[in-house]
Ligand binder design. Structure first.
Ligand code: HEC
Length: 168
């Protein structure tokens, strides 16, 4: 009898823990406040494998995306940099704060203008707490950037120039 009760208690505890774990994995607590839900879904499917959930980054692999995208988005050159990065990828060493990254960001040129605009909006407005008066990306803005084809190393050089012009 005693063992039945404790088994039941254990089962209840286990179910509660599983539910909590599932909510964490699905990012439920976070998802409630997401403004760009389709962009988040796209990010979770295509980008989080390297940049991790919410764009927090992964040492030695992919940089965090929780600060610079918001700053880029408030400035014309910065917006261009964000668009060029997703359209062309990026390659070569970059530094963020005291950490360096030197791996290849793939090109997402085959994705639609709508999807790329929405994933950038998720990054800027949901994953970054600061985005000083930036307006949302539109599909037309992404489309206009498609004509600028660069290789990953050129995108990295463009990034250096952009950071300089933003005083970062
Ligand atoms: C295969 C791993 C990988 C995937 C998948 C990936 N990235 Fe990246 N991303 C990187 C790496 C690595 C860099 C840094 C490249 C470098 O060192 O030159 C980067 C850089 C970036 C940057 C530039 C950050 C800065 O500070 O300028 C942005 C923005 C970005 N990624 C967005 C995305 C988005 C959006 C997606 C999904 C559509 C994505 N990435 C998918 C690996 C990845």
């Amino acid at each position: 009898m005693t063992s039945t009760i404790s088994n039941r208690r254990f089962a209840k505890w286990a179910m509660t823990m599983c539910a909590a774990g599932a909510a964490l994995i699905a990012g439920d607590a976070f998802a409630q406040n997401v403004q760009f839900a389709p962009g988040k879904a796209f990010f979770d499917t295509k980008c989080a494998v390297c940049h991790q959930a919410g764009g927090r980054g992964q040492d030695g692999l992919a940089p965090p995306l929780t600060e610079l995208p918001g700053r880029y988005a408030a400035n014309g050159e910065g917006r261009k940099q964000l668009g060029l990065t997703v359209l062309n990828g990026m390659f070569g060493q970059i530094a963020i704060k005291d950490k360096t990254y030197n791996f290849k960001m793939p090109s997402f040129r085959i994705e639609s203008d709508e999807d790329l605009a929405s994933v950038l909006n998720y990054l800027v407005f949901d994953a970054n707490s600061k985005h000083a008066g930036a307006k949302p990306f539109t599909a037309a803005e992404v489309k206009a950037l498609r004509v600028t084809q660069m290789d990953g190393a050129q995108v990295r050089e463009h990034r250096e120039a952009t950071l300089k012009s933003l005083g970062l």
